[in-house]
Design a binder for this molecule. Structure first.
Ligand SMILES: NC(=O)c1ccc[n+]([C@@H]2O[C@H](COP(=O)([O-])OP(=O)(O)OC[C@H]3O[C@@H](n4cnc5c(N)ncnc54)[C@H](O)[C@@H]3O)[C@@H](O)[C@H]2O)c1
Length: 364
């Protein structure tokens, strides 16, 4: 079995303040993994629509409370994502905090996954985990040694594997819907896209856009990704310059928090549509985008292809055509969010949250 290590030197530590308001989460488990010694947090935000589903993040944090803040925020976002996607799933997330100065070898990574499996199992089925940043399908197979409440195992072990294809397909459908809204035509050919982050999702997306005749400018903090730019005939820019490029659509596919007020001031695009989770550095950035007449397709609607895949493909008798239709439906949801924001004079964030809340309220 291949063990994929958490990055030995992650690009950035996550630093997030704990919210001042009391959390609305149903359960939050904070435990020290007996094997790994690492702080493991499992946040179950809501099970109103069903078992909570959300990935396990293995990442470096300056302080364990930063990991807690991340888990609280990410699990709440999963509730909105799963509800907006029409899944019978609640929202949850787990975070394993790697302390500053610590690198995990194969043994330590395995111990962390076994500890995570025990933590998930202790919740008695309230939460199902999956891969996320820093973990993989192979690592989920280790979690599976301790709990049944894990999905996205490798295909060789009867699992459905990694969801990046489905996520990329959902982002692509969202891009088409956004082009239709902004330009009155969903044609990709000749449109100029700036793809920031050429990983599992961004790389696939860049290939699909190039194949459809798009003009591409791309970037990544990992210089090795330049080879893909050359292969696709894309223009390469440095990561800190990507948001300055004049283009039709900015496509953030790296980590979250990319849309700060300064970045929004500098953007020279008509729309932002990308895979990255939690793109807004703060909620009020949604209003700033609206003021600048930049159409933002909300991330938790756009990137739901992965979670739809994990949920639908894992069901007995799952059918590819039904799955494809569900993922293509992300484009319809994006179109209705953009229309609703325009009609009601709200931000696209508020319009997307209204769809999710309606589904949650209907399940009361
Ligand atoms: N993989 C999925 O199915 C999935 C599902 C939903 C959401 N997402 C989100 O989409 C984003 C990308 O996921 P992924 O699976 O492709 O991750 P990945 O780790 O495979 O790729 C991320 C890429 O972005 C690059 N990057 C990081 N920060 C950057 C920056 N500031 N500027 C430019 N490049 C940067 C990294 O070097 C890497 O190549 C993440 O935010 C993830 O949470 C992914």
């Amino acid at each position: 079995m291949t063990i994929t290590h958490a990055p030995a030197t992650p690009a950035a530590e996550v630093s997030a303040a704990l919210p001042t308001e009391a959390p609305e989460h149903e359960r939050v488990l904070i435990t020290r993994g007996p094997r790994s010694g690492l702080t493991i947090i499992v946040a179950v935000h809501s099970t109103r629509l069903g078992q909570a589903l959300g990935g396990a993040r293995l990442w470096r944090y300056g302080h364990w409370t930063d990991a807690l803040a991340d888990a609280l925020r990410l699990s709440q976002a999963m509730t909105m994502k799963n509800a907006a996607a029409g899944l019978a799933r609640g929202g949850g997330k787990s975070v394993i905090a790697i302390p500053r100065g610590v690198s995990l070898d194969e043994r330590a990574t395995r111990d962390a996954m076994l500890d995570l499996g025990d933590a998930v199992e202790s919740l008695g089925g309230a939460y199902m985990t999956a891969e996320d940043v820093g973990t993989s399908a192979e690592l989920m197979a280790v979690v599976h040694e301790r709990t049944e409440h894990v999905c996205g195992l490798p295909a060789e072990q009867g699992g459905v594997g990694e969801p990046a294809d489905a996520t990329a397909a959902g982002v692509y459908a969202s891009i088409l819907a956004t082009l239709g809204h902004v330009f009155g035509s969903a044609g990709v050919s000749g449109r100029h896209f700036v793809v920031a982050g050429l990983g599992q999702v961004g790389g696939r997306l860049a290939r699909s856009l190039a194949a459809a005749g798009a003009r591409l400018t791309v970037t990544d903090v990992a210089g090795a990704k330049r080879a893909l730019a050359d292969e696709l005939g894309a223009i390469w820019v440095e990561p800190e310059e990507a948001h300055l490029v004049e283009a039709d659509v900015f496509v953030p596919c790296g980590l979250g928090g990319v849309l700060t007020h300064d970045v929004v001031d500098a953007l020279r695009v008509r729309a932002v549509v990308g895979a990255a989770n939690n793109q807004l550095a703060s909620r009020d950035v949604a209003g700033h985008l609206t003021e600048r007449r930049i159409v933002w397709a909300p991330d938790f609607v756009v990137n739901a292809g992965g979670v739809i895949y994990l949920d639908v493909a894992g069901m007995p008798g799952a059918d590819q055509a039904a799955l494809d239709a569900r993922i293509a439906g992300i484009g319809d949801t994006v179109a209705s969010v953009l229309r609703s924001a325009e009609e009601h004079g709200t931000t696209t964030l508020a319009a997307a949250e209204r769809i999710a809340r309606e589904r949650l309220d209907a399940a009361r």
